[in-house]
Design a protein. Structure first.
Length: 116
């Protein structure tokens, strides 16, 4: 589990933060982890992305080992009003790059919906 949690980051977080995330991850029932993985592997919502009309911010970590940038771009392109932001981090931008994430998130939230 430590290796999985470690894989979410480009730069390993401080030991105390890593230990807290690991402790939290170990509380999940094993079946929930298998079900989550199965849903990611078998559910394909790409054909329905165009139905999403709400402005949508897609935040992607440049060093995400699990999802390539092309997938994030396809998501942003697939919704009607999508915008992709790529941050210098791994799979967990809100944790690994909180200042960058918050800057983009709040700018997006405060932008008038006509900006899209």
């Amino acid at each position: 589990m430590r290796q999985i949690v470690r894989g979410w980051f480009h730069e390993e977080p401080p030991a105390a933060e890593m230990d807290a995330m690991l402790a939290d991850a170990l509380l999940w029932p094993e079946q929930a982890l298998f079900d989550l993985r199965a849903s990611m592997e078998h559910a394909d919502y790409r054909p329905r992305l165009g139905e999403i009309a709400a402005p949508t911010l897609v935040v992607h970590g440049e060093h995400d080992r699990g999802r390539p940038r092309s997938q994030a771009q396809a998501l942003a392109d697939g919704v009607q009003h999508g915008r992709l932001v790529v941050l210098d981090c791994g799979h967990t931008p809100s944790q690994e790059a909180p200042a960058q994430f918050n800057r983009h998130f709040w700018a997006f939230m405060e932008a008038p919906s006509t900006a899209f």
